[in-house]
Design a protein around this ligand. Structure first.
Ligand SMILES: O=P(O)(O)O[C@H]1O[C@H](CO)[C@@H](O)[C@H]1O
Ligand SMILES: O=c1cc[nH]c(=O)[nH]1
Length: 235
């Protein structure tokens, strides 16, 4: 029987899965990086593909936006046999040192989102990525010489609620950027015994009404996917 949302069967999904929020990015990754990609799900726009990278089975699965959707997708992928869940997302910069298209390797995610709060039932917690996956991401970004930043991110629910002033408050505590899925993925990684990580591209400044230019973002996304695919082969 297939899960409720990701309508695939055991064997359709690889152990190693890249997780973009955007279905268009999932399709682009599958078409440009995977050998012989096969789409196993379209239900609810949660497009998912499985192919091979350097001969190793890899899936790329859309999470949708926000931790409620990402946590549903992660739970179902785990039931389908996924063992490495790596978010490949975009983020809004808090720290002024983050340039358009730079990579951010999350060392931990401040859980401002409701999904992580519900799983934790009020307990304080520090959502962090799997250490081996984190180390592989950092090593690959360094080896390729792509501009990257390593540190804390924050996972939020309400994209338009966060103001630049609010973001500056978090910068005082070391938060580099905001996004909307990582904390729940990190928590589920620990709860379900799988490896979870997050690699991001800087797509905008918090509070800006536009993203950075498409060509800058596309190059950042290409770099992110190169780093991500090499990293998941290492764990
Ligand atoms: O580009 P993706 O991976 O969707 O990530 C970011 O973009 C969306 C908001 O625009 C949220 O999902 C946020 O986390
Ligand atoms: O949560 C997010 C994600 C991307 N960009 C933002 O400004 N915020």
């Amino acid at each position: 029987m297939s899960p409720i949302h990701v309508r695939a069967r055991p064997g359709d999904v690889a152990e190693r899965v890249l997780l973009p929020g955007d279905p268009g990015r999932a399709e682009w990754i599958a078409q440009n990086f995977l050998e012989e990609p096969v789409r196993y799900n379209t239900h609810r726009g949660l497009w998912g593909y499985t192919g091979r990278y350097k001969g190793v089975p890899v899936s790329v699965q859309t999470t949708g936006m926000g931790a409620p959707s990402a946590s549903i997708v992660a739970e179902e992928l785990i039931r389908l046999g996924a063992r490495v869940l790596l978010r490949v997302g975009t983020c809004g910069a808090v720290d002024e040192a983050l340039a358009p298209g730079d990579l951010v390797i999350a060392q931990g995610a401040v859980p401002l989102d409701g999904a992580t709060r519900q799983y934790l039932g009020g307990l304080p917690y520090a959502p962090v990525p799997d250490p081996l996956l984190f180390r592989a991401l950092w090593a690959q970004a360094e080896a390729k010489g792509y501009p990257h930043h390593v540190g804390l991110i924050a996972t939020e629910d309400a994209f338009y609620a966060t103001t630049p002033e609010e973001a500056r408050k978090w910068a005082r505590f070391g938060v580099l950027a905001f996004e909307m899925e990582a904390s729940a993925l990190f928590l589920l990684g620990r709860m379900r015994g799988v490896r979870a990580g997050a690699l991001l591209v800087v797509s905008n400044q918090i509070g800006a009404s536009e993203l950075y230019p498409q060509e800058v973002l596309q190059e950042g996304i290409r770099r992110m996917v190169e780093v991500a695919l090499e990293a998941v082969l290492e764990v």
